[in-house]
Ligand binder design. Sequence first.
Ligand SMILES: Cc1cc2nc3c(=O)[nH]c(=O)nc-3n(C[C@H](O)[C@H](O)[C@H](O)COP(=O)(O)O)c2cc1C
Length: 180
Amino acid sequence: MKILHLYYTSTGNTRKVAETIDNTLQDAGHQVDSVKVDKNTQADINVLDYDMVFAGSGVYEWLPGKSMQELFGRLRRQHAENGDIKPASPKRPGKSAVIYCTYGGVHTGINEAIPAVKYMGQLFDHLGFTILAEWYVPGQYVPEKMQKFSEAGRMGDIRGRPDASDLNEVAEKTKGILQV
Ligand SMILES: Cc1cc2nc3c(=O)[nH]c(=O)nc-3n(C[C@H](O)[C@H](O)[C@H](O)COP(=O)(O)O)c2cc1C
């Protein structure tokens, strides 16, 4: 099985989740092409070359990071031009995706993270991948000036998240996905 992992991290929280996923996949004997997306990431990645894709990002203004949005925009255009995105998006048997985010949710909790996950998932849904799971992992606000957001928002005290327990849950869910 060919596995691609695209993730964007600005303050390091999503990197912890991404590394946990990669390590779990590797421990289970899978090779994974893992790409830490930044503004220089080119759209020469062909997601259709892969059987399973993991895609994740921190949440910024309810959406994935800018570099991730730009990459997904380029990939969508490229696949649309190639005719890979068909009316009704027929399923491509054997192709699946897991979409995840880390988020702070200070104002409205998980509701401000849902658009980010739905945004990323749409590329794969359009291409006919089956979305196997959507994971939402709390991630503290790292910048010093945003500390109060980590202490007293809709999510309560999320300082130190994602913590060992969050990452253990991610590892267990990754093992679960491999059983599908
Ligand atoms: C500038 C900034 C804006 C953010 N905006 C949101 C937001 O709109 N909604 C949300 O749920 N979390 C928001 N967060 C919290 C981040 O999504 C959270 O800390 C996430 O884990 C960051 O991931 P990263 O460290 O991988 O970049 C914001 C954090 C920062 C620093």
